[in-house]
Ligand binder design. Structure first.
Ligand SMILES: [Ca+2]
Ligand SMILES: [Ca+2]
Length: 163
Protein backbone atom coordinates (compact mmCIF):
# COMPACT_ATOMS: atom_id res chain seq x y z
CA UNK A 1 0.00 0.00 0.00
CA UNK A 2 1.55 3.27 -1.13
CA UNK A 3 1.22 6.44 0.86
CA UNK A 4 -1.39 8.84 -0.49
CA UNK A 5 1.35 11.36 -1.26
CA UNK A 6 2.79 8.90 -3.80
CA UNK A 7 -0.38 8.76 -5.84
CA UNK A 8 -1.58 11.20 -8.48
CA UNK A 9 -4.18 10.94 -11.22
CA UNK A 10 -5.17 7.34 -11.91
CA UNK A 11 -2.75 5.77 -9.50
CA UNK A 12 0.48 6.73 -11.28
CA UNK A 13 3.20 6.49 -8.68
CA UNK A 14 5.58 9.44 -8.56
CA UNK A 15 9.04 8.77 -7.11
CA UNK A 16 9.68 10.62 -3.87
CA UNK A 17 13.10 11.94 -2.88
CA UNK A 18 14.14 10.07 0.25
CA UNK A 19 17.78 11.09 0.60
CA UNK A 20 21.11 11.33 -1.17
CA UNK A 21 23.60 8.74 -2.33
CA UNK A 22 27.34 8.48 -1.91
CA UNK A 23 29.90 10.80 -3.56
CA UNK A 24 30.17 10.26 -7.34
CA UNK A 25 33.41 12.20 -7.97
CA UNK A 26 35.68 9.14 -7.77
CA UNK A 27 37.88 9.15 -10.88
CA UNK A 28 36.62 12.57 -11.99
CA UNK A 29 38.90 14.95 -13.91
CA UNK A 30 39.03 18.60 -12.81
CA UNK A 31 40.05 21.42 -15.16
CA UNK A 32 39.89 25.22 -14.88
CA UNK A 33 37.41 27.12 -17.05
CA UNK A 34 38.09 30.50 -15.42
CA UNK A 35 41.29 31.20 -13.45
CA UNK A 36 44.81 29.77 -13.50
CA UNK A 37 45.10 26.68 -11.32
CA UNK A 38 47.43 23.90 -10.26
CA UNK A 39 46.81 20.88 -8.00
CA UNK A 40 43.27 20.58 -9.38
CA UNK A 41 43.08 16.86 -8.57
CA UNK A 42 43.08 17.92 -4.90
CA UNK A 43 39.44 18.97 -5.36
CA UNK A 44 38.33 15.34 -5.44
CA UNK A 45 41.15 13.45 -3.66
CA UNK A 46 39.08 12.58 -0.56
CA UNK A 47 41.49 14.62 1.57
CA UNK A 48 40.27 17.90 3.07
CA UNK A 49 43.86 18.78 4.03
CA UNK A 50 44.78 19.25 0.34
CA UNK A 51 43.27 22.18 -1.56
CA UNK A 52 43.53 23.38 -5.15
CA UNK A 53 45.98 26.24 -5.85
CA UNK A 54 44.61 29.40 -7.48
CA UNK A 55 47.62 31.07 -9.09
CA UNK A 56 46.01 34.32 -10.19
CA UNK A 57 43.18 36.50 -8.88
CA UNK A 58 40.53 35.71 -11.50
CA UNK A 59 37.05 35.96 -9.98
CA UNK A 60 34.62 34.59 -10.99
CA UNK A 61 36.67 31.41 -11.00
CA UNK A 62 35.12 28.28 -12.49
CA UNK A 63 36.24 24.65 -12.26
CA UNK A 64 34.91 21.88 -14.49
CA UNK A 65 34.35 18.42 -13.07
CA UNK A 66 34.14 15.63 -15.66
CA UNK A 67 32.58 12.59 -14.03
CA UNK A 68 33.28 9.07 -15.30
CA UNK A 69 29.56 8.61 -16.13
CA UNK A 70 26.34 10.62 -16.25
CA UNK A 71 24.86 11.31 -12.83
CA UNK A 72 21.75 13.11 -11.61
CA UNK A 73 23.52 15.24 -8.99
CA UNK A 74 21.18 16.97 -6.54
CA UNK A 75 23.50 17.65 -3.60
CA UNK A 76 27.05 18.97 -3.21
CA UNK A 77 29.36 19.30 -0.24
CA UNK A 78 32.10 21.93 -0.45
CA UNK A 79 34.93 22.11 2.09
CA UNK A 80 37.27 25.03 2.81
CA UNK A 81 41.01 24.56 3.04
CA UNK A 82 43.24 24.53 6.09
CA UNK A 83 43.93 28.16 7.00
CA UNK A 84 42.21 29.94 4.11
CA UNK A 85 38.43 29.95 4.61
CA UNK A 86 38.41 33.47 3.13
CA UNK A 87 39.30 31.92 -0.24
CA UNK A 88 35.81 30.45 -0.48
CA UNK A 89 32.72 31.75 -2.27
CA UNK A 90 30.11 34.02 -0.72
CA UNK A 91 28.18 33.48 -3.95
CA UNK A 92 28.39 29.99 -5.43
CA UNK A 93 26.96 28.53 -8.63
CA UNK A 94 26.81 25.00 -9.99
CA UNK A 95 26.15 24.20 -13.63
CA UNK A 96 25.38 20.97 -15.47
CA UNK A 97 26.27 20.20 -19.10
CA UNK A 98 25.75 17.22 -21.38
CA UNK A 99 28.72 18.12 -23.61
CA UNK A 100 31.19 19.73 -21.21
CA UNK A 101 31.51 22.82 -23.40
CA UNK A 102 30.02 25.29 -20.90
CA UNK A 103 29.59 27.67 -23.84
CA UNK A 104 25.95 28.54 -23.14
CA UNK A 105 24.39 25.06 -23.34
CA UNK A 106 24.78 24.48 -19.60
CA UNK A 107 21.97 24.65 -17.04
CA UNK A 108 22.32 26.54 -13.77
CA UNK A 109 21.50 24.08 -11.00
CA UNK A 110 22.45 26.11 -7.93
CA UNK A 111 22.85 29.85 -7.31
CA UNK A 112 23.56 30.44 -3.64
CA UNK A 113 24.50 33.84 -2.25
CA UNK A 114 25.10 35.15 1.27
CA UNK A 115 27.50 32.36 2.27
CA UNK A 116 30.03 33.00 5.04
CA UNK A 117 33.09 30.89 5.83
CA UNK A 118 34.73 31.12 9.25
CA UNK A 119 36.75 27.97 9.75
CA UNK A 120 39.39 25.69 8.29
CA UNK A 121 38.10 22.51 6.63
CA UNK A 122 34.53 23.69 7.11
CA UNK A 123 32.00 21.74 5.03
CA UNK A 124 28.81 23.25 3.66
CA UNK A 125 26.06 21.16 2.06
CA UNK A 126 23.69 22.36 -0.65
CA UNK A 127 20.68 20.61 -2.18
CA UNK A 128 18.89 21.53 -5.39
CA UNK A 129 16.47 20.06 -7.90
CA UNK A 130 17.97 18.51 -11.03
CA UNK A 131 15.91 16.28 -13.31
CA UNK A 132 18.76 15.60 -15.78
CA UNK A 133 21.73 13.25 -15.72
CA UNK A 134 24.89 15.13 -16.67
CA UNK A 135 28.46 13.88 -17.02
CA UNK A 136 29.92 17.39 -16.76
CA UNK A 137 29.45 19.88 -13.97
CA UNK A 138 31.10 23.23 -13.24
CA UNK A 139 31.42 24.92 -9.88
CA UNK A 140 31.80 28.70 -9.94
CA UNK A 141 33.00 31.05 -7.24
CA UNK A 142 31.01 34.07 -8.42
CA UNK A 143 32.09 36.21 -5.46
CA UNK A 144 35.03 35.24 -3.24
CA UNK A 145 34.99 36.06 0.47
CA UNK A 146 38.52 37.52 0.08
CA UNK A 147 37.65 39.04 -3.27
CA UNK A 148 40.58 37.45 -5.05
CA UNK A 149 40.83 33.66 -4.65
CA UNK A 150 38.87 30.42 -4.87
CA UNK A 151 40.73 27.56 -3.21
CA UNK A 152 38.36 24.83 -2.04
CA UNK A 153 39.82 21.74 -0.41
CA UNK A 154 37.20 19.20 -1.43
CA UNK A 155 34.04 18.81 -3.48
CA UNK A 156 31.63 15.92 -3.16
CA UNK A 157 28.62 15.40 -5.42
CA UNK A 158 25.68 13.16 -4.64
CA UNK A 159 22.68 11.88 -6.58
CA UNK A 160 19.18 12.09 -5.18
CA UNK A 161 17.75 8.77 -3.99
CA UNK A 162 14.11 8.14 -4.90
CA UNK A 163 11.60 5.66 -3.58
CA1 LIG B 1 41.24 17.68 -1.26
CA1 LIG C 1 35.34 12.03 -3.01
Amino acid sequence: MFAVSHLVGFGVRVPVLTGYGSDVTSGATVTALLGSYTNLSNLVDDNTANAVSHNDTTIPAKLKVALTATKQVEQIKLTSSSGNPQRMPTTLKLYGSATGSFAGEEATLLNQSGITWAGSQETKTYQFTNATTYQYYAIECTVSQSGSKFEPAELEMMEGVYD
